[in-house]
Design a protein around this ligand. Structure first.
Ligand code: ZN
Length: 241
């Protein structure tokens, strides 16, 4: 998918001046993004297919470090995951100016209309009980990882990319899960944890495939929780989003 080559000088200034500070990108994230940007948009290509091995070699980093960085960049909306298969990752690489969370904030927010779309990516989904309940409701009473039935007493919210790895509280990074999975996952990458659950025979092979797809859909922002109508009305009146 050829696209117009961007002005590299402008891109790099926006990268350093906007993207890095606003998203608090780590050194690893910066290196990985630079490498992907170099081989996609600066070549006039919107999409790039790559393997973790190729990325690790190109950046001089270990496999796990680049895998985590790719996940974080997807969660931040810097990369859009189109597909993940045996051939590797297929992503759309966004320019710094195309990353929603890195755009300059407008001074003086416009009052919200009912029809205006909420910026889901800007919401802190841990902050309000109604938002936390919306994440639980999205999983429909099942653990996101092992699919076991959840009750209010055993359910909790888990950061797919841990806070220690700069994971945020967006709905792309929070899932409803059972306490057992929450404790066992610790800082494991979610995909590795799902494979471990499968080896423990708590997920069948088709369930594992479906869970890995769900993980990709979550990171790509395709699994959106439904905001409670009363919460929407309240926020709309106060204009506090
Ligand atoms: Zn579970």
């Amino acid at each position: 998918m050829p696209t117009k080559k961007p002005n590299a000088e402008r891109v790099w200034k926006q990268f350093e001046d906007l993207l890095v500070p606003r998203l608090r990108l780590s050194t690893t994230d910066r290196v990985v993004y630079s490498h992907l940007l170099r081989h996609s948009r600066l070549e006039g290509e919107l999409r790039l297919q790559f393997s973790i091995l190729w990325l690790a070699r190109g950046t001089g980093l270990c496999h796990n470090a680049v895998r985590w960085a790719v996940r974080r960049l997807v969660v931040h909306g810097v990369l859009r995951l189109v597909e993940r298969s045996k051939a590797g990752h297929l992503v759309e690489v966004r320019l710094p100016s195309e990353v929603r969370a890195a755009r300059p904030r407008h001074i003086g927010r416009r009052p919200l209309s009912r029809t205006r779309a909420f910026d889901f990516d800007d919401l802190d989904w841990l902050k309000h009980p109604a938002l936390r309940r919306a994440i639980h409701a999205r999983e429909r009473g099942r653990c996101f990882y092992c699919l076991s039935r959840l009750t209010i007493s055993i359910r909790c919210l888990d950061h797919v990319v841990p806070r220690a790895e700069f994971g945020d509280n967006s709905c792309r990074n929070l899932v409803s899960c059972c306490q057992k999975c929450n404790v066992q996952k610790r800082d494991l990458p979610a995909a590795d944890f799902l494979r471990w659950i499968h080896r423990q025979r708590r997920l069948t092979a088709p369930e594992l495939t479906a869970r890995l797809r769900a993980l990709d859909a979550l990171a790509a922002g395709k699994l959106r929780p439904r905001l409670p109508p009363h919460w929407l009305r309240r926020r709309t009146r106060t204009g506090s989003i």
